[in-house]
Design a protein around this ligand. Structure first.
Ligand SMILES: [Zn+2]
Length: 422
């Protein structure tokens, strides 16, 4: 134990207590507002749907508290509990090549971390989602998803980690700079192959067949000056009845994907409005800006990693021998940073919510705002998303503005647009 041990322990404890406190606030706030549908939604939202959303939110938040405590315990066991060092020593007995040992260590650790997540995923899917009627997943599909997920992470992740280890050993003092470049290239590569190679391992994508909808969407794309490599419907309903739409890929692999549940439950103007919002994200370069932001943050991360490699206090303070093998350097740094960054989370969330407002404004300029309002209310209802989140919880975590704020803004935009037309 050294001073850093105490600082790290404090960071973990403070972040954990804050997360628990936020979850508890959320539960209380939602419960308090369970009895009455907020006035702005009194016409569109039946009381039973509002109460289902409240119960669903409370169930998820309560369960998240178990996960919060568990992940803090895991973090402390991996470090102070000596599990990381132990796991690495174990690989040393199997292989004497440093690079091979590092890869084996990552494979072990990855498998371990995936396995301890399984009970949580099982409970979330087959108890909570099931209880509220959202789960469509079978046990066989759950197992298949888990195995395919493991293989995909191993096939993509292990070679990338091997490159990092090789750079650490062979690229001299500036290894962290090359590692950062490798990280950015790897991220772009994953984005590029994701729509055509990775996503089809989990879902089936078929061309959008509804002719009326197709025509509306193609007209919208032309109005917005957008070219895409296809409109697809994804069989999301084989896992869950939650609905969504998204954009994926870039350049030649760019495509628009609708969850089948979205197309089934929404009329054509609503789907068009949802897509107009997504187009807004693209046209306003939100994806690009976010990528740029993460590239800059990644640069700082790798620079700090480059410095941290030589800091004996970091490793001895966390029960890892110094000088630490490169695989442990990467792991320790990756694990240590998040508790310290937790309090920056509201900044990122606020930035994402600003993007949502901008995309809504874009949508309102290219499709009737009222269609988007109708689509959003339906999405809130069908997904049992609460209309009354705790404001502080929302400020910390939510990438989307609270429903009431968002819809009020859209209605303002809608009346502003119709006034400017008359
Ligand atoms: Zn959005």
């Amino acid at each position: 134990m050294n001073t850093f041990s105490i600082i790290f322990l404090l960071a973990v404890v403070i972040a954990t207590i804050t997360r628990l406190w936020l979850a508890q606030r959320h539960v209380s706030f939602v419960s308090t507002h369970r009895a009455i549908v907020p006035a702005a939604f009194s016409e569109e939202m039946p009381l039973d749907a509002h109460q289902k959303a409240a119960d669903y939110t409370v169930a998820k938040s309560r369960f998240s508290m178990v996960g919060i405590v568990f992940s803090a315990a895991v973090l402390l066991l991996l470090t102070f509990g000596g599990i990381l060092q132990g796991l690495h020593d174990l690989t040393a007995g199997v292989l004497d090549n440093e690079l091979g040992r590092g890869i084996l260590f990552f494979a072990f650790l990855g498998l371990l971390m995936s396995l301890i997540e399984v009970p949580f995923d099982l409970y979330r899917t087959f108890v909570i989602e099931e209880k509220f009627g959202f789960n469509k997943m079978t046990r066989a599909l759950f197992v298949k998803d888990f195995l395919v997920g493991l293989v995909v992470s191993a096939v993509l992740g292990l070679p990338f980690l091997a490159i990092l280890l090789w750079l650490m050993a062979a690229a001299g003092d500036n290894w962290w700079l090359y590692a950062w470049v490798a990280g950015v290239v790897f991220w772009l590569f994953v984005q590029f192959i994701s729509p055509t190679v990775i996503a089809p391992l989990f879902n089936k994508f078929s061309p959008l067949e509804n002719q009326e909808l197709r025509q509306r969407i193609e007209a919208l794309l032309t109005r917005c000056g957008f070219q895409s490599k296809g409109l697809f419907v994804m069989d999301g309903s084989k896992r869950s009845s939650h609905g969504n739409a998204y954009f994926t890929g870039f350049g030649k692999s760019k495509r628009i994907v609708f969850f089948d549940t979205l197309v089934e439950r929404h009329d054509a103007p609503e789907v068009e409005a949802v897509l107009a919002h997504e187009l807004g994200h693209f046209k306003l370069r939100h994806v690009l800006k976010l990528t740029g932001l993460f590239a800059v943050l990644g640069f700082i991360f790798f620079w700090m990693l480059g410095e941290a490699k030589h800091a004996s206090w970091l490793f001895t303070g966390l029960n890892v021998s110094f000088p630490a093998p490169d695989a442990l350097v990467l792991t320790i740094f990756y694990l240590v940073v998040p508790p310290f960054l937790f309090f920056l989370r509201p900044l990122l969330a606020a930035y994402l919510r600003k993007n949502e407002f901008e995309a809504d404004a874009y949508a309102a300029a290219h499709a009737p705002a009222n269609d988007l309002v109708r689509a959003l209310v339906k999405l809130y209802k069908d997904n049992a998303s609460t209309l009354t989140p705790d404001p502080l919880h929302s400020a910390f975590y939510d990438s989307h503005p609270p429903a009431a704020v968002r819809i009020a803004r859209l209605q303002q935009l809608s009346s502003a647009i119709s006034e400017s037309r008359t």
